[in-house]
Unconditional design. Structure first.
Length: 388
């Protein structure tokens, strides 16, 4: 199930914890939209031209995200940045250029404050059928601390309006492990998320990334990081509460009602090829990874000249093995040993033994799956499998 990711880097302001590529140069939105549309046309055209008559080439083409004719993909995801910073007309042109079809999952990330009733109606008309709303917290003091530009009241209103407008597949993002965030406040956030009856919840532990305002605040002693024990308890509370309320824990940070997993993101975790459009967007064809320049003006200029600026690498066998470990252990399906070579499977069985003995991994048939406690130290477990 191949997909298309479109990176929309524009933000009205930068959140204090975010290290994704973004810009506040809002006056460049129109030039950027035109460039993304042109990149889509250029890359689709190239893939079409590469279709060959030989059986081997035809087989290879069927594995490409675009092949033979426009539209051989199943999901589209507009991420950012803040895609909802685009106008309704710009979003409509993007989805039209991609070629939205019936049955596709078409997701757009949005800031609650951008979602007026009129905009929501326009998004549905443009083919958006899944919203990912960046709420992060329902506590106004915490929202102010992390630099979000919406209020808790606006967050709840945005979800309700989206539901009233006809959106039946809504995801919300939450963050835990925030400075000053208590267990009581975290439980309130979970309760408010459940009260909204959304189909999907993504919850991430705050990470102090390089060159972010939150990290500088931490280094300056203006804030204090929450201890590991509290973070782990927050995660356990999240998992247990959502599962008790009917949500499936299908990936370490993602929960859904039955049938509402993110089809697009699931393709990433399954290692399915995808195409990334826009500045800083990544692509994967099963053998190579490619990433566009993380420079707005360089991206626009390169596309206009018909010379996209990007880098790429061909993955080695060890690269592909490491990525399979990193991605599969994040999911409820886990690592399927029967899909590995005998040598790789034996290596994984041996490496897993100490984690199995501690209850941090468990065996489910031929699969290795992380327990809740294992998910709390998943990076350490993954590192033990990695081949350098």
């Amino acid at each position: 199930m191949a997909g298309i990711y479109i990176h929309i880097p524009f933000c009205a302001s930068r959140c204090k914890y975010c290290d994704f590529y973004s810009t506040t140069l809002l006056h460049r939105r129109e030039a950027y939209v035109q460039a993304v549309i042109r990149e889509a046309e250029q890359r689709i055209h190239r893939e079409n031209a590469m279709s060959c008559a030989t059986a081997n080439d035809a087989q290879r083409d069927r594995k490409r995200p675009f092949h033979r004719e426009k539209g051989k993909y199943q999901t589209v995801y507009l991420g950012g940045g803040t895609p909802s910073m685009l106008t309704e007309e710009q979003i409509g042109r993007l989805t039209k250029a991609i070629g939205i079809r019936k049955g596709m999952e078409v997701t757009m990330e949005a800031n609650p404050g951008d979602l007026t009733r009129e905009k929501l109606q326009a998004l549905r008309k443009a083919g958006i059928n899944r919203l990912s709303i960046g709420i992060q917290s329902f506590n106004n003091e915490l929202l102010q601390l992390i630099g979000r530009r919406h209020t808790a009241e606006e967050a709840e209103k945005a979800v309700r309006q989206a539901q009233d407008t006809g959106f039946e597949n809504i995801s919300i993002d939450l963050i835990y492990g925030l400075p000053t965030q208590t267990m009581s406040l975290w439980k309130e956030d979970i309760a408010k998320a459940l009260a909204l009856q959304v189909q999907h919840i993504s919850a991430y532990c705050l990470s102090y990334e390089n060159d972010t305002a939150m990290t500088r605040m931490l280094q300056a002693g203006k804030i204090q990081a929450i201890d590991d024990e509290t973070e782990n308890l927050m995660y356990e509370t999240l998992v247990q509460t959502l599962q008790h309320n009917g949500y499936e824990h299908y990936e370490v940070s993602n929960f859904c009602l039955p049938g509402y997993e993110s089809r697009h993101n699931s393709s990433y975790w399954d290692g399915t090829p995808y195409v990334g459009l826009g500045a800083a967007a990544h692509s994967y064809d099963g053998r190579k990874r490619r990433w566009n320049t993380a420079d707005l003006e360089a991206y626009i200029d390169g596309i206009q000249r018909g010379e996209p600026i990007y880098e790429e690498e061909t993955l080695t066998e060890d690269n592909r093995f490491n990525e399979r470990i990193m991605l599969s252990l994040r999911t409820s399906k886990g690592l399927n040993l029967s899909e590995l070579s005998e040598e790789d499977a034996a290596y994984c069985r041996e490496t897993a033994q100490p984690w199995l003995a501690k209850g941090l991994l468990r065996r489910e048939g031929d699969r290795l799956v992380a327990s809740i406690a294992g998910s709390e130290i998943l990076n350490s477990i993954i590192e033990s499998f990695i081949r350098i």
